[in-house]
Design a protein around this ligand. Structure first.
Ligand SMILES: Cc1cc2nc3c(=O)[nH]c(=O)nc-3n(C[C@H](O)[C@H](O)[C@H](O)COP(=O)(O)OP(=O)(O)OC[C@H]3O[C@@H](n4cnc5c(N)ncnc54)[C@H](O)[C@@H]3O)c2cc1C
Length: 647
């Protein structure tokens, strides 16, 4: 398309013929279409922000039936730590299917590749359905392409030949099932396909409710188990299916369907994966394609060039974008330099090499990423550093989040990402906001007996830029409820977590706050019990019996708005007059945000002894303990509701 459009801009005409082996879809209501193709490319179909920018630049508006999902958040998960990153408002990520598969799709015509081919045909390309099995030069040194349409064998003589077959057939080519690789190596002396790595891709049917609750999300799982070593696996929920891609040392040598099925089963049975995809699921298809990890020996000769995966690809990410980049570099070369070997070496090859050079930085990026997310301690430190950064820095200054976003979305070069990773400010953020806080919080968790076994950590801190507006909402609510605001607001804390459940279920579980069977908020030294009234009923009183006893106090539920708000007031004790609010906010189908707001003044006390004790307590009050306890409790509450783990 680039070639045709750019040629037209410069007043030139090019006859472009595309030979594609995928057959036309045999669907009666699509008879008018030129390019609705069957099959699949064994690709997860994630369109990175940079790829979406390209589509915009080329005015290629994807029709609704092609878009499988609009990604709103990415969650990076390693060793039970979950870091969710919202897709920045100015960026766009989509998912698509590349062909008509998986079988059983109700919208088989919505295919990204078919859409692009249609556009190319509209721009003037000729599309032939056929399998190219051999290439070579004619007597006049022009490329010859031999292809099989199924009905007959044909040959085209061209001025220039572009090979864009991807690598999914390289294994077959190597096994001499096709002459294509051998004949290509004769045409391009020194051509060898790039090095590859095995992957597994599968399409799952999951319960409707699970799929609805996952809409807009993408997960990157960095860790499997000691006997299923994984890295950078992805889970992409789409309209009817969930696409899962597995990569890692545990996948590299898997061969054959039976083994593949067995590995997918083991993946789905991993405890942290079961929490995301609780099942029952049905495997619609599974495949063992290859991912490119290297670069072709040479990718050009006179009047011929290799593009896309068969030349090289971005490591682990964004292969569609890098395939586009190689094709753009080639189109520019052909239009501005020439079709001979020297022109291609001068203008096209550097584009390919730039991708493979950047992959060297990518290797270090992924190594550091993998080590961090597969080590319990390091993943904890990073998780904590991100938590701290989120609460203390505004978006442009959140370096760690930018790094994770760029790695997961493919939105920056690996060289840039590595520079960010190794920058002294990043190391400082990890050391102070991560390591120091982790040590402190770890000791607090030991003190309060908070256990994380089989419990996912989620970042519950509120983004700094959202804190102000949310706080105003809570203050208005306190004023509407007729409660006075604590004068100084010595302590003011806010936490939030996403829970995949409807508001009424969360509300009901919050109603058990003072019950023995609540399943969350059970720190050592604090016994919480409803001593008056009914769950979630205004006027009910919850007693916090704390050791030491002078820290005990009572909370009264002042306002209860069905499935929305619970506003408690502290009746006595060191935080007398303080307020605790639970807020449930719908976030879409079957999903809610649960926020907690706490504010209180540290009391001055009444008698001389209590005044003295409380003044010392005020100086020493470890406000972070609140963060530690509520972070654990919110993660417990989420787990308890989503996975019915409450006892
Ligand atoms: C498991 C997996 C998941 C991936 N997920 C993503 C992702 O989410 N996002 C992303 O950006 N990248 C992803 N990639 C990478 C991406 O799929 C590739 O980088 C990209 O598809 C390369 O494009 P290509 O045009 O070179 O090859 P392909 O997409 O493989 O296209 C090659 C085309 O050539 C046709 N063809 C092949 N041989 C012949 C022949 N002999 N005659 C005629 N036609 C032929 C094929 O039918 C096919 O249509 C993934 C890769 C794998 C393995």
């Amino acid at each position: 398309m680039n070639l045709l459009r750019k040629a037209r801009e410069t007043g030139r005409t090019i006859d472009l013929v595309i030979i594609e082996r995928k057959r036309h879809l045999n669907i009666s209501d699509t008879a008018g279409s030129t390019a609705l193709l069957d099959g699949c490319n064994c690709c997860a179909g994630g369109l990175s922000p940079r790829m979406c920018d390209i589509l915009d630049d080329m005015q290629l508006d994807l029709p609704e039936e092609v878009i499988q999902s609009r990604v709103t958040s990415i969650t990076v998960q390693g060793h039970w730590k979950n870091v969710e990153i919202a897709v920045p408002p100015e960026r766009r990520m989509l998912s698509v299917f590349r062909g008509s598969k998986p079988a059983g799709r109700s919208d088989r015509t919505g295919s990204f590749d078919a859409f692009l081919l249609e556009k190319a045909v509209k721009d003037g390309a000729v599309l032939i359905t056929g399998d190219v099995h051999e290439v070579g030069y004619s007597d006049t040194a022009r490329p010859l392409v031999h292809y099989d349409t199924g009905a007959e064998k044909k040959t085209i003589e061209a001025d220039f030949l572009v090979i864009a077959t991807g690598v999914s057939h390289v294994a077959a080519m190597r096994n001499h099932e096709s002459d294509l690789l051998g004949s290509l190596q004769v045409m391009i002396p020194g051509f060898t396909p790039p090095s590859l790595r095995g992957a597994i891709i599968c399409e799952l049917r999951v319960p409707e409710q699970t799929l609805a609750q996952m809409q807009g999300e993408v997960y990157f799982i960095q860790y499997g188990s000691a006997d299923l070593r994984l890295e950078m696996c992805s889970i992409i929920p789409k309209t009817e299916f969930v696409t899962v891609v597995l990569i890692g040392p545990g996948i590299d040598r898997i061969e054959g369907h039976v083994e593949r099925f067995e590995v997918v089963d083991r993946f789905l049975a991993l405890p942290h994966v079961r929490k995301l995809l609780p099942g029952p699921h049905r495997l619609s298809c599974t495949c063992g394609p290859h991912m490119v990890t290297g670069v072709a020996g040479t990718a050009f000769a006179d009047r011929v060039a290799v593009i896309g995966d068969l030349a090289t690809s971005r490591l682990n990410k964004d292969g569609i974008y890098s395939a586009y980049e190689t094709s753009r570099a080639l189109a520019n070369t052909l239009l501005t330099q020439g079709t001979d070997r020297l022109s291609l070496r001068r203008a096209y090859w550097p584009g390919v090499k730039a991708i493979s050079r950047d992959n060297l930085f990518g290797r270090v990026v992924f190594l550091l990423h993998r080590i961090t997310f597969s080590t319990p301690f390091l993943s904890r430190v990073l998780y904590q550093a991100i938590f701290t950064e989120r609460k203390t820095k505004t978006s442009p200054h959140r370096r760690l989040e930018r790094i994770l976003w760029s790695i997961a979305s493919g939105d920056a070069s690996y060289r840039y990402i590595l520079r960010l990773m190794l920058h002294p400010s990043t190391i400082w953020s990890i050391a102070i906001g991560g390591l120091m806080v982790t040590i402190r919080n770890y000791l607090a968790e030991l003190l309060f007996g908070l256990k994380w076994r089989n419990l996912g950590r989620h970042t519950t801190g509120v983004y700094r830029e959202q804190f102000g507006s949310k706080r105003r909402q809570f203050i208005n609510l306190i004023l509407q409820t007729g409660l006075g605001l604590p004068k100084r607001r010595d302590i003011e804390k806010m936490y939030t977590i996403k829970i995949k459940a409807p508001g009424d279920i969360i509300f009901e579980r919050l109603g058990r706050f003072g019950n023995e069977d609540r399943g969350y908020f059970r720190p050592r030294f604090v016994d919480v019990r409803r001593v008056r009234g009914e769950p979630n009923r205004e006027g009910s009183i919850i007693r916090y019996s704390v050791t030491p006893g002078f820290l005990s106090f009572n909370l009264m539920l002042e306002r209860s708005t069905e499935h929305q708000h619970l506003v408690y007031r502290v009746l006595d004790g060191f935080a007398q007059g303080g307020v605790l609010i639970f807020e449930i906010e719908p976030l879409g189908k079957g999903k809610c945000g649960l926020s907690i707001y706490v504010t209180f003044d540290l009391s001055n006390g009444t008698g001389p002894l209590s005044r003295f004790t409380l003044s010392i307590f005020r100086v020493l009050f470890p406000a972070f303990l609140h963060d530690v306890v509520w972070n654990h409790s919110l993660c417990q509450l989420k787990d308890c509701i989503e996975n019915q783990t409450c006892s």
